[in-house]
Design a protein around this ligand. Structure first.
Ligand code: DLL
Length: 429
């Protein structure tokens, strides 16, 4: 039996969504004082939901709602029905803690199994999991999905490079799952140790952070990989596995029978049409423990309306282009790190790794310095030309002047978690 319910017609999907929306509203209204209060304030009762468009009338939920009601925000079932919690570290303040019932855990494993199926895995595959286990949803998500799918999980977690290399060779792992940063780190290690011909990994599934085309290209080349799949997810919405790009890599298919994705303009909070970039807002359709109603992810992307050559009926969103809270203002220009890595990705001769340092100069002006690694094919003598090229392209495409510093290949820190790109020292950070 396939895991992806590809037989669903658009009409059937719409019915599933409407039923799920009604169920969720009734569930939270009856069981969560927080949501009941929120809906009462907005003047909405569950029975007011008559079509999926009525979602527009519902109030938003945001990360502050999860922090203010710590430690069990959004809880909508009695404690005896909760079998697990997960948490993600908020950038500021308390962790976001989410509750799971057994049904939530089962649905999460099913949706993750769909991702493995979409990535073309078979039960013969050996899946080396290099993301963290514990409070974070990553490790257990990849593992439970793998077991549900029926492939062999090789559950290392971040571990160290020695152990990953050893297990990859000995276990003959065929799939490697990691954060984008960890995938790069391992690709470089495998290349450095001359292991490429001894490993059988042909597919990498990575996510948890935005990553550039240049980074994917480098990982693919270093490890001789056929496909890199981009997996999306967040703790609030079960965890990783809410969607994955198919082998055509033209967007991330997401499971619209389990949640509704909307894109809104983050300033006006109104929905924008498919194709328009904005903030992703999610509403769950069958989540029991901590349901989400129009939860603002702060992730920036867009819905893609076109059908996919792969034939999967589930809709797509674009890769995550950044986070609305990643934006920084430099010399009166709003800049997302993704704009910088987009510019860098187009320049031959530089590596995929970079950092953005913002400082306040003694003359009162702000300065942005981009440290970027020299590409393997470049020599230190090329530095000044490359720096000039980067500076000129940033000026032309983002309309700001900056300093550029070329640093040796491999000298910027590598991490097995999520890489930090922006270092804003303007407020004494
Ligand atoms: O990072 C879950 C996850 C683990 C997804 C492993 C994929 C792989 P959180 O720690 O709650 O959960 O962080 C969620 O990470 O809102 C995005 O900003 C970012 N993110 C997750 N996947 C991607 C991706 C996990 N594929 C936050 N591309 C999200 C870009 C991603 N950003």
């Amino acid at each position: 039996m396939p895991f992806i319910p590809n037989h669903l017609t658009p009409e059937q999907l719409n019915t599933v969504q409407l039923d799920g929306l009604k169920w969720t509203l009734t569930h939270v209204y009856n069981h969560s004082p927080f949501y009941r209060d929120k809906l009462d304030k907005a003047g909405i009762k569950p029975e007011d939901i008559r079509s999926t468009e009525d979602i527009n009338r519902l109030p938003f939920t945001d990360k502050e709602d999860l922090q203010e009601n710590y430690p069990f925000p959004l809880r909508s079932v009695p404690f005896e029905s909760i079998v697990r919690i997960h948490a993600s570290s908020g950038t500021t303040g308390k962790r976001k803690v989410l509750c799971y019932t057994q049904k939530d855990i089962d649905i999460w494993a099913d949706m993750f199994a769909r991702c493995y199926e979409l990535a073309g895995l078979t039960r013969e595959d050996r899946v080396q999991v290099a993301v963290g286990y514990g409070l974070w949803t990553a490790g257990v998500g990849f593992q439970a999905g793998c077991e549900r799918f029926g492939a062999i999980a090789v559950p290392l977690g971040p571990a160290n490079a020695d152990m990953h290399c050893e297990m990859m060779v000995d276990m003959e792992s065929t799939v490697f799952c990691a954060t984008a940063s960890m995938a790069l780190l391992m690709a470089e290690e495998i290349h450095r140790r001359n292991l490429v011909d001894r490993i059988k990994v042909r597919k990498i599934i990575l996510g948890a952070e935005r990553h550039s085309g240049a980074m994917r290209k480098r990982i693919k080349e270093l490890m001789n990989i056929d496909h890199i799949f981009d997996i999306y997810g967040l703790t609030e919405l079960y965890g990783p596995g809410t969607g994955l790009d198919c082998e055509y890599h033209q967007g991330i298919h997401y499971w619209s029978d389990l949640f509704i994705f909307e894109i809104i303009d983050p300033n006006t909070l109104t929905p924008v049409p498919p194709g328009t970039i904005g903030e992703l807002v999610v509403t769950t359709l069958c989540k029991e423990g901590s349901p989400l109603i129009r939860y603002r992810t702060h992730d920036i992307t867009r819905l893609l309306a076109d059908s996919c050559p792969c034939g999967v009926v589930f809709p797509k969103h674009d890769r995550i282009l950044g986070r609305s809270d990643d934006m920084f203002i430099y010399r009166a220009v709003n800049i997302y790190p993704s704009q910088i890595d987009h510019v860098l990705s187009q320049i031959k001769g530089i590596g995929s790794e970079y950092q953005i340092h913002l400082t306040h100069q003694s003359d009162g002006r702000d300065m942005m310095c981009i440290k970027v690694e020299r590409g393997i094919e470049s020599a230190p003598e090329d530095d000044s030309l490359l720096a000039e090229r980067v500076g000129a392209d940033i000026r032309r495409k983002i309309l700001v002047r900056c300093q550029v510093e070329l640093v040796p290949q491999g000298s910027l820190p590598r991490t097995e978690r999520k890489s930090r790109r922006v270092f804003d020292q303007r407020n004494g950070e």
